[in-house]
Design a protein around this ligand. Structure first.
Ligand SMILES: Cc1cc2nc3c(=O)[nH]c(=O)nc-3n(C[C@H](O)[C@H](O)[C@H](O)COP(=O)(O)OP(=O)(O)OC[C@H]3O[C@@H](n4cnc5c(N)ncnc54)[C@H](O)[C@@H]3O)c2cc1C
Length: 333
């Protein structure tokens, strides 16, 4: 009982000090799991309480299946050990104490591990798969989307005195500039549970991505960027389902390059059509581009990400790297 009360106090501290209010399912999972671990009676069927709670608190298949495998072993161990105790049968048909204790240790370690993972996701909401997509607490009922009333910030304690006796709304992060990069950073940090302030010097947000009546009223112009070739491929915009939210015009000809003699090389969305239009240079262009087109996702992952990481598709990275080296060196042409 004392251990359970202590666990509840710790869960309360965790809830109050987390950067963002935990989801109801996370807290319920932690409390029920703590009860199961500290309760002096344990029945194997208690695990059934945890299954729906874990599915809501931490919907991840790998850990769920490992945990369930260990629970199934524990369940079998309980009955085989009881069989040995009650029937006094030989241990080759049942199991004796050391194996039973081992199964109990596995069961407790697996439950403790899941509790630790849920607690870590409460401390770092950016790793919570449910919140990663911008939802607050789907099972929270009336709590969903509500602001936090009480929060103890251990890492950034608020100053005790302030003007007017009210606590200042100090952000965790200040982002200067509301251009596409500033806004992307701000959204990512806010989703991770931090309080973010965006400061913008211009009268309207958006930076170089703004559209405004620059020349005469009623005529809209893009202030800087008008063409967004990687918008649909960008992992950041994919997360936001950009293509579902706004209508992007996709031209038939992606780009063109003027050539001598009034001719032009045109790049279409179809590689075959582009190759066909390039005449005798088409074959070389097709050989250059086809492997990259086939691995377009890998190329986008490489080129739209920071480079200090292992690429998800090393073959695409190698194909891309070889082509860049070839074109940027004396080998080209
Ligand atoms: C003429 C032109 C055409 C372009 N065309 C394209 C295109 O077609 N396609 C494409 O992909 N890219 C294009 N670009 C590039 C694209 O616009 C930029 O890469 C992009 O806007 C950079 O975004 P950012 O968030 O880093 O900065 P910005 O978009 O420049 O945003 C910076 C923001 O910070 C604000 N700010 C600056 N200092 C302060 C301060 N001290 N306090 C508060 N606020 C501040 C500014 O007011 C601005 O709103 C073009 C650029 C130019 C100049």
């Amino acid at each position: 009982m004392n251990l359970f009360v202590l666990a509840c106090v710790l869960i309360g501290v965790l809830a109050l000090t987390a950067p963002r209010r935990p989801r109801l399912a996370q807290l319920t999972f932690l409390i029920v799991a703590a009860f199961i671990l500290t309760n002096k009676v344990y029945s194997p069927q208690f695990v059934i309480w945890l299954i729906p709670l874990l599915a809501l608190a931490r919907p991840r298949w790998r850990d769920f299946l490992i945990w369930q495998t260990l629970e199934a072993l524990h369940w079998a161990a309980v009955w085989m050990y009881l069989g040995q105790v009650t029937s006094g049968g030989v241990s080759q048909h049942n199991i004796d104490m050391p194996y039973y204790v081992l199964a109990v240790v596995f069961h407790m370690a697996a439950t403790g591990y899941l509790m630790a993972r849920v607690a870590l996701e409460i401390w770092n909401p950016g790793h919570d798969v449910v919140r990663r997509h911008g939802t607050d607490d789907p099972q929270g009922g009336p709590f969903e989307g509500l602001p936090d009333r009480l929060r103890v910030d251990l890492l950034h304690p608020r100053p005790p005195y302030c003007h007017g006796g009210r606590r200042p709304q100090m952000p965790d992060v200040a982002v200067v500039g509301s251009g596409p990069n500033g806004l992307a950073a701000a959204v990512t940090l806010a989703r991770a549970g931090l309080k973010v302030h965006v400061y913008e010097a211009a009268p309207t947000p958006g930076g170089g991505l703004r559209t405004a009546e620059l020349i005469e009223p009623g005529h809209l112009h893009d202030v800087c960027s008008a063409v967004h070739p990687m918008a649909l491929a960008s992992p950041f915009f994919r997360q936001f389902e950009l293509s579902r939210r706004i209508r992007l015009e996709v031209p038939d000809v992606s780009y063109g390059t003027p050539l001598d003699g009034g001719r032009a090389a045109l790049a279409y969305r179809s590689l075959e059509r582009t190759v066909a239009g390039l005449g005798r240079d088409g074959g070389a262009f097709g050989r250059l581009m086809a492997p990259l087109v086939q691995r377009a996702d890998g190329v986008a992952d490489l080129t739209l990400n920071q480079l200090l990481r292992v690429p998800r598709d090393p073959v695409a990275a190698a194909l891309f790297g070889i082509r860049v080296l070839e074109q940027g060196s004396g080998l080209w042409g």
